[in-house]
Structure formats: C-alpha cells, structure tokens
Design a protein around this ligand. Structure first.
Ligand code: PHE
Length: 340
C-alpha cells in the first residue's frame, strides 16, 4: 500500500465518521458511531494497522495524518455530545409531572397588623373605626384643639408645614374635631393613621402611626376611661397587665394623664427597657376639654367624654421586643419575613 493511498483512505474514513457523528440523533446513536469508528475494534484502529505495510520513510507523515484525524474526530465527538445533552436538557425543562413550585406569599406589614389588632380591640368595646386626612389645616391640628398661638409644636422647627397654612398632621387628634363637627353626640370612635413630626432617632421616625380614641356621651367619667384602657392592655399585652395614670398636660384634655404599664420585659422589677423604673409610658389621655365642645357646637352641660392617643410603632416595638423604629420603614425583607 502506498502513502497516497493510505492518506486518501484515512481522509475518506474521517469524512464518513464526521458525518456519522453529526447524523446521530441521540446519545445512544452517537455512542454507536463512536464504537464503529473509534472503538478498540473500530475502523480507525483498523486503518492504523495498515501503517505496518508502508515504506519506512512514509510512516512519519502517515502517523502524523492519523494522529490529526484522531484528534479532529475526538473533538467532533465531544462537540456533538454537548449539543445532544443541551437539547435533552431543553426538552426535559418542562416536566409536567413535577409538583408545582410554591409561590412565596407576602404578608401584612407589622405596623398595619398591629394597628388593625388594636382597633379591633376597641371595636369590640363599641368604638367605630374612622379616618381623617394627613394634610391638615392649622385649625384642625392646633386651633380647634385649644393649642395656644405660641405653642412650640406650631413652630417650623417642630412640625412639617407644606405651605398655605397647611401641615402634615402632628397627631390624629385632628379627627376628634372633624368627627364632632360633622355629627351630634354620642361619638364613639377609634382613629388609626399616619402622623408626622420633625423627629428622627432610634425611637422616633418623621412619619409614624397613631391611634386615637374618642368617646363623648352622656355621663362619661374618668373611671370609664381607665376601665377602657385596662381592658385594652389586658387584651393587647396580657391579662392582668398593670396600668397607672400620671398627671400630665395636653391642651385638648382636662385633666390629662400619661398612662404607664408594668414593664413587659422585667414585669416591674426594673431593667434597661424601663430604665429601672418598672414602668413603661404607652399613651396619653384625658377628659375632653370643654373648650373643644364650644368649637364644634356641643353643649358641655349635656355631654362629657374622654380621649386617648397612642403610638402604634411603640406598641409594636414593645410587643415584639424591637429596638429601633427604623426597622419598620427600611423595607428590609429579611426583617419583615420574620413576622409572617
Ligand atoms: N395627641 C396626643 C399626642 O400625640 C395624644 C393624646 C391624644 C393625648 C388624645 C390625649 C388625648 O401626644
């Protein structure tokens, strides 16, 4: 056998093998083609045996051609195998027998939930849930609530004004006036909503959430106020939670009080949370100042009432033992996911 003949035969075999690899429709067909051409008893090893019959000086070139053919075929085989595997993967990508993937469900924000929970407690005591606007006039936010003209919260440094005598309400107490002026007594309402102040630290956020309560009816006394608040802390924190009322001041209530509860962390022994006092301040309250009745056209000799206001964020922080108010508003899903 001559050198030219050998190389021609090798070339033809290589073409045949390349075509067979490309024609293989699946991995099994490709494997059969591999065995046929490159297997131990395959056609390529078969042809290499014929090298022995070549002239001595023809062998190096023939050997080189054989090695080249082997290399080309091995890489063609690999390429085709990868192609077939990719196609198989694509085909298997939709397995209709697989169980469905669960879609992660969102949940209500902790503040929205806490607010709803607190409102529901008061609703069970007969108060109706109602709301008011977040942009308020000086009248509803201050004047009608008996704030004197020089009260510090009317200062630009304390409240967020939006121009034209309007401001972002600094408390939900404005809704007391809005509801009373729109209807005759009796009034039994609880008012959740966003409020705004120029405050920003670990326990204050420029936007926060309050819940206001107002009950105006015949013969309402401070005992009613205390009873309603006791019922509230029993339900919201735990049955038997202690409360105490400390004298305080708000322009729209008289007398006014701050309400403390027995510390939820140490139970009253004194700890870091309650700064060693055993008590935590949770809300402000008082008997409706008769000055308000004049502003809304109620007769103070006919009715009396109480009001209270609390921070929802603080209520949630106390219940869920959280250290910073900013966590509620950072939008960090890792935090929110802990309260499904
Ligand atoms: N509006 C008061 C505050 O924001 C809370 C309050 C409401 C106090 C109703 C008394 C009565 O601090």
């Amino acid at each position: 056998m001559g050198k030219q003949e050998f190389i021609g035969e090798l070339g033809a075999l290589q073409e045949e093998a390349l075509k067979a690899f490309l024609d293989a429709k699946d991995e099994a067909a490709l494997e059969a083609a591999r065995v046929r051409f490159l297997g131990a008893k395959g056609l390529l090893p078969g042809i290499s045996k014929k090298m022995g019959a070549l002239d001595k000086d023809a062998r190096p070139e023939a050997g080189r051609a054989l090695n080249e053919a082997k290399g080309r075929l091995a890489s063609a085989l690999n390429d085709r195998l990868a192609e077939l595997k990719g196609a198989a993967l694509k085909r298997d990508a939709i397995d209709v027998t697989l169980p469905g993937r669960p879609v992660p469900l969102g949940s209500r924000h902790l503040i929205a939930r806490t607010s709803a929970e607190i409102c529901a407690i008061f609703a069970r005591m007969g108060l109706s849930i109602t709301e008011g606007p977040e942009v308020e006039s000086d009248w509803y936010n201050f004047e009608a609530l008996n704030f004197p003209p020089d009260h510090p919260s009317r200062d630009m440094q304390q409240s967020l004004f939006v121009g034209d005598g309007l401001l972002l309400r600094t408390h939900t107490s404005c809704v007391q006036i809005r509801v009373m002026e729109s209807q005759p007594p009796p009034v039994w309402i609880v008012v959740p909503g966003k409020t705004y102040r120029r405050d920003d630290d670990l326990t204050h956020s420029p936007m926060f959430n309050q819940i206001e309560g107002l009950v105006v009816d015949k013969g309402i006394t401070m005992a009613d106020l205390k009873g309603v608040l006791q019922r509230f802390v029993d339900e919201y924190f735990a049955e038997g939670t202690k409360i105490r009322l400390r004298p305080s001041f708000f322009p729209f209530t008289e007398p006014s009080a701050e309400v403390d509860i027995g510390c939820v962390s140490c139970g009253g022994k004194g700890c870091r949370l309650c700064k060693g006092t055993g008590w935590l301040e949770v809300l402000g309250c008082g008997m409706v100042n008769p000055a308000l009745y004049h502003n809304v056209g109620y007769d103070p000799s006919e009715v009396s009432g109480f009001a209270f206001g609390m921070g929802v964020d603080r209520m949630a922080m106390l219940k869920y033992k959280l250290d910073a108010i900013g966590r509620f508003y950072s939008g960090d899903a890792r935090f929110l996911r802990q309260f499904p």
